[in-house]
Design a protein around this ligand. Structure first.
Ligand code: UFG
Length: 326
């Protein structure tokens, strides 16, 4: 039996494919390669196409014995989603609805869905628990929360069991150094800092130093991409053992400010990375830290790369060896 990974050529998806291959699983990948990279795939059977294309999906499900799905395929830029909400609802919601229709029609009963901390919006308390209020402050988060709700009704009607994993700040790269983060344009903090270390940009702009935090800059919970992948493996196993549908946060439960991240990156790279202050970026909550107690307990998840230094070291290893990306 095969596991279908949608969006498997993207940043997190490609690390998922690597983890599945290491486990000896048969992997089928669907990716439209708009953002993903063929070179990010260390194996598996790739179908290039879009989730919104039902006949394409029928072909994928007919040609392979798929028993479960892990879905990463989505647009994921918060800022862009504010300016182009319909793009996000069409792709993120429409794509997953089409995928669920195909699962229903081909009798596939398990899905692990890539969700986000952006489903919470401005948090009501720290650390954030799964049952806290979800009030997204951008269409990206709204699109993911909408899919979570759709999943609930598909479980109810068709018996499709799901796990929605709400990631905090995914970071780092595969320990082998062969795959890593390659976005264009890059908007995420750690790769931007490392591009500055490589001389690809002059400096890092710190978006706001007047937040109510330890040093005035935003605090985030960085989680290694391989630890995210291991949580998906556990979530899938749990569903296959008869587990009920669930939602879990995935983070390390520790917050680092933008200034702290830059400082650790200076230490790891040995480069005196330049940084300058800039105005706040619209829509950034001051602090986002996960409580991942539920995943640690119920999935028996044990993040292995949980120090920020290790996260940045693995990312640096990738960026240094692939300065132009894939
Ligand atoms: N930042 C800077 N300078 C930069 C880039 C980022 O100061 O050049 C700051 C941001 O303002 C933020 C922090 O670094 O405070 C982290 O920013 P990222 O863009 O790396 O990550 P976000 O926290 O904005 O986004 C992440 C995920 C999104 C998810 C969101 C939930 O990447 O997919 O968390 O709020 F939606």
């Amino acid at each position: 039996m095969a596991i279908l990974v949608c969006g498997g050529a993207g940043y997190i998806g490609s690390h998922m494919v690597a983890a599945l291959l290491e486990k000896g699983e048969e992997v089928v990948i669907v990716d439209n390669l708009q953002k993903g990279h063929r070179e990010a795939l260390l194996g598996g059977k790739l179908y290039v196409g879009d989730l919104r294309d039902r006949s394409f999906l029928d072909k994928v499900f007919s040609e392979n014995e798929i028993d479960s799905v892990i879905d990463f395929a989505a647009d994921s830029l918060v800022g862009e989603s504010v300016n182009e909400p319909l793009k996000y609802f069409e792709n993120n919601v429409g794509g997953t609805v089409s995928l669920l229709q195909a699962m229903r029609d081909h009798n596939v009963k398990y899905i692990v869905f890539s969700s986000t901390a952006a489903t919470y919006g401005e948090p009501e308390r720290i650390p954030i628990m799964e049952e806290d209020k979800t009030f997204p402050t951008n269409p990206y988060g709204e699109s993911k929360l909408t899919v979570e709700k759709i999943l609930k009704w598909c479980d109810n009607a068709y018996g499709i069991k799901y796990t929605a994993l709400r990631y905090f700040n995914a970071a780092g790269a595969h320990i082998s150094g062969n795959i890593g983060e390659d976005h264009s344009p890059e908007t995420h903090l750690i790769p931007i800092i490392l591009e500055a270390a490589l001389g690809k940009r002059e400096k890092v702009m710190i978006f706001g130093d007047d937040y109510d935090t330890k040093d005035g800059t935003c605090v985030r919970d960085y989680i290694h991409v391989m630890d995210l992948a291991s949580a998906h493996l556990l979530a899938l196993d749990r569903l296959k053992m008869g587990g009920e549908s669930r939602v879990y946060n995935l983070g390390n439960g520790e917050g680092f400010s933008v200034k702290e991240v830059i400082e650790v990156a200076r230490k790891v790279t040995g480069v005196n990375i330049k940084a300058d202050m800039a105005p706040r970026r619209a829509g950034d909550p001051a602090v986002l830290i996960a409580s991942s107690e539920k995943a640690l307990e119920e999935l028996n998840w044990k993040p292995k790369f949980n120090s920020l230094e290790t996260i940045i070291e693995t990312a640096w290893n990738w960026h240094k060896n692939h300065p132009k990306g894939y």
